[in-house]
Ligand binder design. Structure first.
Ligand code: BES
Ligand code: ZN
Length: 871
């Protein structure tokens, strides 16, 4: 921990002085300590001849037992060891380095490096966890071929795994055994993985297009095998999809996934040995919802896709993170669109960008998709790098056309195979292959902030004029923004819904420009930025009747949903203002009533789309419409609008619930998941009416449910209806699923989100419950994250008890899991977006955290949150 942590700058990049061609690792796993012997074949980087013989190796929390160059111990005057690594001096141009260190996975609660999750020993090395295993240049541009020997007690650790192929295994005496793995592909150290444990397994085989058989295995702690079949099926889907879509065939003879309970992230793409959070693998109908099933499918695909976009071609340095993550999220999005309702899948992506990425890009932590500097890399695995990064890829794909873009990605992968490259290299490859000119487009990577796109339409004598203008607000450290190259899709419809102009893309490259559409008989209905063709905020004042029309017949489901959202927003915004002024709440707008009535009488075939269109914008989305978020007003407005809809359409919604009532026999497919979603939203509306009939119905559904999706729908409904019966159901839930930690996370979340009573006291009690475990990030995210995100009124309580709770937990966690603590600190950081008294309450809590000696991770977030606004 340092008061003034080191900041790293993208411009300071220097190629490594030494390259390591071969790494031989030997793990001797013993109780209390694991000995790691590393032998590296090192040679000077030809690019850096004459740059001296001094070399920096990263290393943290290591016990250095010995270090030798060409088997000669390094003398004291050629060695300088610090808290974060060591310097070696007087090195020859080519040598073998041998380093022996001791580490203790059992006392490593950071969940980086080698650590314990239950009975499993596993590793997490991205971004810089390898330096917790041995002294090494922990940077992605040092790529080596690894051979790994693992030795451990045969009874406690019958399964020993590492990257690549097992080339040898056997007994090692005294009840011990060993295995040796060789990975034929050169890789950066962040892709190294090791697992040792007593594990259950399910196996399968995938035959590639060229006829090679790939052995698939999915390991977890014993007893969970029946929860892994969906993940295995998803893996095979992903492998087939990547062959069919990109012509990419898996490149090794085995692919292994290990699911562990304690994991800081969702999952990790280590070469041929992915390690997953159980939350992203387990999916059994009785324990997991449709949302969980979809998440498992997509995360499995995402990590698999990294085998090319990330592993075969990797990042030169961590500023280039979006090179692999943005591109892989884009591929994951394509995969998801091909495996569910295309419209609703895109809607979910758009919502994520608007509800989470836009706020990040407008807050204290705004940064470009390719950041310029960081203190702690773990803080930059952000929604901006991931999702905005994916949107930039999508824009290029749209401009090039999907086929040309796929070819360009192949060109990129062929050109740089086996190398560590930059975002600039990627963009160049895309230009080479597609012929696009991306000179101005590159600004998207370099500048933070969400451009505002202002659109005005006018109609005169058969000509429609669309006047468009862009402006991007300043972000921390970037006062002035350039003009972005913004692709905007436009379509025109007549009153009956016929297409007057098929969707086309116009590009706004200047500050403002006007686009003309001629030979129109009457004023058309305009649909712009369809499906969010660029990550910008659209400012386009459309009359309600135009929105009602778009909602009814726009050919793009995303646009239909978007029109519905705009209609809801109009009433919601009026309700927020009325609440703030102490006036009576407004009635539902006419446009909205017409639209919902039409939606209910002529619902879209896609049930999931119907559910989406019936969903009132989230509290985050409503807050986004205001300069200062007034939590109480937003909550009151949302509740009011939902209640009004429920009253006005009670009969229709009741019928909707009947028509979509649960059916026995769970299958996870688009049609059935869509039906369940409609049923859940119908119940949610009916709950607003709080009648005995709805209570009774929710109980019946809860008792009879044969799957978690329906059971949770009923439970959520009862959640909003306080009373003894609700508490009884909750207790029943805890009893039924006591043995399933991930289901108990749902139980924790549910209680954190419940508004009545003293929510802060309830959460504090649960922090001390035997079913809670501080060392497990899933539990912390469920309870503390679930409280902040799921219980706005509780978190933003006027007595500041909600903020105090979160500050306490940040401080507690920061001592052993800085990555998780920093993530929680991120929840307090955007305090400036809130109205008083919320803003100063959040700020003061953050200031209290700031007074303590903090990890670099948390320090970086807290400092950004408290910084005086510059730009
Ligand atoms: N490479 C990341 C995992 C990672 C992130 C490791 C940060 C270390 C630090 C992985 O590919 C990833 O992006 N995982 C996501 C899920 C994915 C579907 C977006 C995650 O873990 O949340
Ligand atoms: Zn990823």
């Amino acid at each position: 921990m340092t008061v003034n942590p080191q900041r790293k700058y993208r411009d300071d990049y220097q190629a490594p002085i030494y390259r390591i061609d071969r790494v031989e690792l030997d793990f001797d796993i013993r109780d209390g300590a694991t000995r790691v012997t590393a032998r590296h074949s090192v040679r000077r980087n030809p690019q850096r001849i004459g740059d001296g013989g001094r070399w920096w190796l990263d290393g943290r929390d290591l016990r250095l037992l010995s270090i030798a160059v060409d088997d000669e111990p390094v003398t004291d005057d050629a060695l300088e060891v610090t808290d974060t690594g060591l310097w070696l001096d007087d090195l020859p141009d080519r040598f073998t380095l041998t380093v022996v260190t001791e580490i203790d996975p059992d006392s490593n609660l950071s969940l980086e490096g080698l650590y314990r999750s239950g009975s499993i020993l596993c590793t997490q090395c991205e971004a810089t966890g390898f330096s917790r295993i041995t002294y090494f240049p922990d940077r992605p541009d040092v790529m080596s071929r690894y051979t790994t020997r693992v030795e451990a007690d045969a009874a406690r650790y019958p399964v020993l795994l590492s990257n690549g192929n097992c080339i040898e295994s056997g007994e090692a005496g005294e009840g011990r055994h060993y295995a040796v793995y060789e990975d034929p592909f050169a890789k950066p150290c962040y892709l190294f993985a090791l697992v040792a444990g007593d594990l259950g397994v399910i196996r399968d085989v995938f035959t590639t297009t060229s006829g090679r058989e790939v052995a698939l295995a999915l390991y977890t702690e014993h007893g969970n095998e029946d929860q892994c079949h969906h993940a295995m099926a998803s893996l095979k889907d992903a492998m087939a999809w990547d062959e069919a879509t990109y012509g990419l065939e898996y490149d090794l003879d085995s692919f292994v996934i290990v699911a562990v309970g304690s994991f800081n992230m969702g999952a990790m793409e280590n070469k041929s040995l992915n390690i997953f959070n159980t939350a992203c693998i387990f999916a059994h109908p009785e324990m997991a919802t449709d949302g969980d099933f979809a998440r498992v499918r997509d995360v499995v695909a995402h990590e698999y896709f990294h085998n090319y976009t990330g592993n075969r071609v990797t990042c030169r340095d961590w500023f280039q993170l979006s090179l692999k993550e943005g591109l892989t999220v884009y591929r994951e999005h394509q995969f998801a669109i091909d495996h569910g309702s295309p419209g609703v899948t895109r809607i979910e992506q758009v919502r994520m960008i608007r509800d989470v990425q836009f706020p990040e890009d407008a807050g204290p932590r705004a940064h470009p998709v390719r950041p310029e500097s960081y203190v702690e890399m773990n803080n930059f695995y952000t929604i901006t790098v991931y999702e905005k990064g994916a949107e930039l890829i999508r824009m290029m794909a749209q401009m090039a056309g999907r086929e040309a873009f796929t070819k360009a990605v192949r060109h990129y992968l062929d050109k740089y195979d086996g190398q560590a490259v930059t975002i600039e290299d990627f963009v160049l490859a895309i230009e080479e292959s597609t012929g696009l000119d991306l000179a101005q487009f590159r600004h998207w990577y370099a500048f933070a902030g969400t451009p505002r796109l202002h659109v005005r339409s006018s109609f005169d004598r058969g000509r429609l004029s669309l006047e468009m203008a862009q402006a991007t607000p300043a972000t921390p450290g970037q006062a002035n923004k350039p003009h972005f190259d913004i692709p905007i899709s436009v379509a025109l419809f007549d009153e009956a819904g016929s297409v007057l102009r098929a969707p086309e893309i116009v590009r706004l490259t200047e500050q403002r420009a006007t686009f003309f559409f001629d030979d129109l008989e009457s004023e058309p209905t305009v649909s712009v930025l369809r499906g969010l063709t660029a990550p910008v905020r659209l400012e386009f004042d459309q009359p309600p009747d135009a929105l009602v029309q778009l909602m009814a017949y726009d050919s793009d489901p995303v646009s239909r949903w978007d029109a519905a959202q705009s209609l809801y927003m109009a009433t919601l915004a009026a309700a927020v203002t009325a609440y703030q002024n102490g006036e009576g709440m407004p009635a539902l707008g006419d446009g909205m009533i017409t639209a919902i009535a039409a939606l209910l009488s002529e619902p879209p075939d896609d049930r999931a789309l119907l559910a989406e269109m019936l969903t009132v914008p989230s509290t985050t989305q409503i807050g986004e419409a205001f300069d200062a978020i007034d939590v109480a007003a937003v909550e009151a407005a949302r509740r009011h609008v939902k209640h009004e809809i429920a009253v006005r359409f009670a009969d229709e919604i009741d019928r909707l619930a009947d028509d979509h009532a649960p059916r026995p026999g769970y299958v996870f497919d688009q049609e059935s998941a869509g039906r369940r979603r409609v049923f859940a939203i119908a119940l949610d509306y009916l709950a607003c009416l709080d009648t005995p009939a709805i209570r009774e119905r929710a109980h019946r559904v809860y008792d009879a449910a044969d799957n978690m999706t329906d059971r949770m729908a009923a439970l959520n409904t009862l959640q909003d209806l306080p009373g003894d019966d609700r508490d009884a159901v909750r207790a029943d839930f805890a009893r039924r699923f006591a043995d399933y930690a991930l289901v108990m996370d749902k139980w924790l979340r549910l209680q954190a989100a419940t508004e009545d009573g003293d929510a802060v006291a309830r959460v504090r009690d649960l922090l001390g419950d035997a079913r809670f475990d501080f060392n497990n990030p899933n539990r912390v995210r469920a309870l503390v994250g679930g409280f902040v995100r799921g219980n706005p009124l509780g978190f933003h309580r006027q007595d500041r008890a909600g903020y105090a709770l979160v500050a306490d937990e940040i401080l507690r966690l920061d001592r052993f899991n800085p990555q998780l603590a920093a993530a929680l600190a991120g929840l307090l950081a955007p305090w400036r977006r809130y109205a008083e008294p919320y803003a100063s309450g959040m700020r003061d809590a953050l200031a209290r955290v700031s007074e303590t000696d903090l990890s670099d991770n948390t320090r970086e977030i807290v400092d950004a949150g408290l910084a005086v606004e510059t730009a």
